[in-house]
Design a protein around this ligand. Structure first.
Ligand code: URA
Length: 304
């Protein structure tokens, strides 16, 4: 049974709250004999007043009575099904135990497989565009979705917008290989239409895992779709730009307790800048804000 969008969002919010407290695994201690529906289970799991218990800690071992075990096994199976429906993204992901970010990214890519989780797999995509760059990047750029060139080559930002992004990166005194580049969704939408909310919600958990594996200091959201999806706020670009946001990837944990999340800035999408080059000045202000944060100096001469 699928959960409605409102309940999904409410659950995601509650999960985020518990994750921020360092709590990732959830159990319910008692319940009716018949297996509840997913929606009932999910509601029950997050009923206010329920106390979640950290898996594996000493306190939990003391709390679990033998007669509760069977019930918990059944609940865990329900929780797995809930996670498989993509609303309960807190179970351990296979890369959590891997310290090397390159290996972690490889595991995430393998987990993604030849993805058929949303409709885009049957709407003319040639290939999945996972992401490119340094697995240890301090700076990550996140765009919207692959276009025709990216779909052909399997790499984000390789078309005209990509050339401009490369110039923006160079202007910051960096090379494309120094940063990591990805998109909110990994498959080209037909006719380059804006991604649907459902597609973003289905795909973005993989992006969240990429962010948690890379642990960048700074993320730059390129354009309104990336900004609104990452920040979960609906505001015009004029309001979104020019500020720092604290960003923690939703529903995932990092293997590194010293990484508390990234700072996120918003700037114009390079494709927009190609259409309206007068806005490049504004985008440069955004990038300078990022450079100050990362202690970067522009090269003596910036190539056009
Ligand atoms: N536009 C995007 O948002 N991403 C790409 O990879 C290319 C163009």
């Amino acid at each position: 049974m699928a959960l409605d969008a409102q309940l999904r969002r409410a659950l995601a919010e509650r999960i985020r709250y518990y994750n921020e407290l360092g709590i990732y695994d959830f159990y319910r201690r008692s319940g009716p004999a018949d297996e509840p529906s997913l929606a009932d289970s999910a509601k029950d799991l997050f009923r206010s007043g329920d106390t979640p218990h950290l898996a594996g800690d000493g306190a939990r071992a003391k709390l679990i009575q033998p007669e509760e075990r069977e019930d918990m096994t059944r609940r865990a199976a329900v929780a797995r099904r809930v996670r498989d429906e993509n609303i309960f993204e807190v179970a351990a992901e296979p890369e959590y135990s891997v310290a090397d970010p390159a290996k972690a990214l490889k595991i995430i890519r393998e987990d993604l497989g030849d993805c058929t989780r949303c409709v885009l797999h049957k709407q003319g995509r040639k290939q999945i565009v996972f992401g490119v760059g340094s697995p240890r990047a301090e700076l990550m750029f996140i765009g919207e979705a692959p276009g025709a060139d990216e779909d052909q080559q399997g790499e984000p930002f390789v078309g005209r917008a990509g050339q401009l992004l490369n110039n923006m990166i160079k202007a910051m005194g960096l090379q494309r290989e120094d940063v990591y580049i990805a998109n909110i969704i990994k498959c080209r939408p037909p006719g380059n239409r804006t991604p649907e909310r459902e597609e973003c919600e289905t795909c973005s958990p993989f992006l969240m895992r990429q962010v948690a594996a890379i642990k960048p200091k700074v993320i730059v959201a390129l354009g309104a779709v990336a900004a609104k999806t990452l920040l979960a706020i609906n505001a015009p670009m004029a309001e979104l730009r020019g500020h720092w946001y604290e960003f923690k990837p939703t529903g995932v944990r990092s293997d590194d307790p010293s990484w508390r999340g990234a700072k996120l800035a918003v700037t114009y999408h390079p494709a927009f800048l190609l259409r309206d080059p007068r806005q490049k000045k504004e985008a440069w202000k955004d990038l300078q804000m990022v450079m100050r944060e990362l202690g970067l100096k522009p090269p003596a001469r910036v190539a056009e």
